[in-house]
Design a protein around this ligand. Structure first.
Ligand SMILES: Cc1cc2nc3c(=O)[nH]c(=O)nc-3n(C[C@H](O)[C@H](O)[C@H](O)COP(=O)(O)OP(=O)(O)OC[C@H]3O[C@@H](n4cnc5c(N)ncnc54)[C@H](O)[C@@H]3O)c2cc1C
Length: 240
């Protein structure tokens, strides 16, 4: 797979400590991808060519958007420190799309998305795709965040939920009381079988996408298996 040059079109703040980058291919030819996939990003070295080592970042935009790709990056660590030096108009390289955990609307009428922190990024692509295409699939999002300020694109999620009865976001706050969240359903503590049953009609009938820290993703997948969800319905991506 080849590395392709992109231009950084826009940089904004997606949430606390999260930068949103909009990148577009220099040659104007945006690749096709599915909601849930990611790119490998590479900085451009001093000679104008991509560096050999990159990092994976999930595509948060919908594949129906043919103008740019949106990435949301937690600005902590080595590579994000380098991304922080980028300005609008700069060049960056990317390879992809990659990843097999993709939302397939025809086979997944009911989907439950479970995000831990920045793990919400690939799930945002699925939510935006379903909204853009006005799909009838039922999508429930459980989004674990420390505080309301950590919820990426919180206002957009609220607006989508207000418009579409098939999309139901639930935030679970780990460092605040649920009353700290306004305009969106909120629960306290970690996702539990009771919480799942309360918000999702029939847990065994769902397709699950879990994305977040590896320990969290493993724990949620084990919980689902304990609830008799078959492994083919559990799509898990653990980072770190
Ligand atoms: C499929 C996937 C999708 C992801 N999507 C997102 C996303 O959408 N948003 C997001 O914020 N994060 C995402 N991540 C996490 C992201 O790829 C990085 O891991 C994260 O940004 C932290 O980068 P890091 O360089 O600090 O460390 P790491 O990625 O943990 O470091 C990985 C490697 O870099 C080496 N390394 C660390 N420091 C240095 C250094 N100073 N010099 C040279 N090498 C070094 C380490 O030895 C290690 O081998 C995703 C991860 C995966 C696997």
């Amino acid at each position: 797979m080849e590395k392709k040059i992109y231009i950084v079109k826009r940089i904004s703040k997606g949430a606390e400590n999260i930068n949103t980058y909009w990148i577009a291919p220099e040659d104007g030819k945006l690749m096709d991808y599915r909601p849930g996939q990611f790119l490998m990003l590479f900085m451009i070295g001093p000679h104008g060519t991509p560096e050999p080592t990159g990092r994976p970042y999930s595509i948060a935009s919908s594949p129906t958007n043919r103008n740019y790709i949106e990435l949301n990056i937690k600005m902590l660590g080595h590579f994000p420190g380098r991304l922080a030096t980028l300005k609008e108009g700069d060049r960056i390289a990317a390879m992809g799309p990659m990843g097999i955990h993709t939302f397939e609307e025809a086979q997944m009428p009911e989907v439950t998305l479970i995000a831990g922190g920045v793990g919400a990024c690939p799930l945002l692509s699925m939510i935006r795709y379903a909204a853009e295409k006005r799909l009838r699939n039922k999508i429930t999002l459980f989004y674990s965040a420390r505080t309301p300020a950590d919820v990426i694109h919180c206002d957009e999620l609220k607006a989508l939920a207000a418009k579409d009865p098939n999309f139901k976001p639930i935030v679970t706050l780990t460092r605040c009381e649920p009353t700290a969240m306004s305009g969106m359903a909120c629960e306290a503590g970690r996702i539990s079988p009771e919480m799942l049953r309360k918000h999702v009609g029939n847990p065994a009938a769902q397709h699950y996408f879990i994305c977040g820290p590896a320990a969290m993703a493993d724990a949620v997948a084990a919980m689902l298996e304990g609830m008799n969800v078959t492994p083919d319905r559990i799509h898990k991506e653990g980072w770190g």
